[in-house]
Design a protein around this ligand. Structure first.
Ligand SMILES: [Zn+2]
Length: 150
């Protein structure tokens, strides 16, 4: 890990409470996994580079034991962030209103967090103050207000 300290974005495998971090990937494997992650490789490939399996890596990412940075946002992350329903999101995708995904992992599109941050800055979203749902058009917000809060 020491070889990577100072990099702004790293692939980290944290030791569990009190357990020595032995048997984990070495610095070289971590650097390779990080290179692949940055290049947009699917998570399965990153897991392989770490000598890990995808189900185990997924579990470690969920528990916070492992962290892959910079973050990739999946559709559900966008729905959470902008308060969108699945159908609202599908509509935005069909209309081409969302930023172009940075990659596809299996069947899931994903975006670097910075892509979504940049998009949000220029998109001029209209937020419903009552339910924290972001609308791309002011008309959409008005219709929503009438329908749900009218
Ligand atoms: Zn609302």
């Amino acid at each position: 890990m020491a070889a990577l300290s100072g990099t702004s974005a790293i692939v980290v495998s944290l030791a569990l409470d009190g357990r020595p971090a032995t048997g984990g990937p070495d610095d070289e494997a971590i650097a390779e996994a990080y290179r692949r992650w940055r290049a947009g490789a699917p998570r399965a490939e990153v897991a392989r580079a770490l000598g890990n399996t995808l189900p185990r890596l997924t579990k470690q990412l969920r528990s916070g034991e492992s962290v892959l940075e910079p973050r990739r946002l999946m559709g559900r992350d966008l729905r959470e962030r902008f308060g969108w329903t699945t159908s609202a999101q599908s509509l935005y995708v069909r209309k081409g209103l969302l930023p172009t995904p940075d990659g596809v992992d299996g069947t899931s599109r994903w975006w670097w967090e910075s892509t979504v941050d940049g998009w949000e800055q220029v998109a001029e979203l209209h937020w419903c103050g009552r339910c924290r749902h972001a609308f791309i058009s002011v008309v959409g917000l008005k219709e929503h207000r009438t329908r749900l809060h009218g």
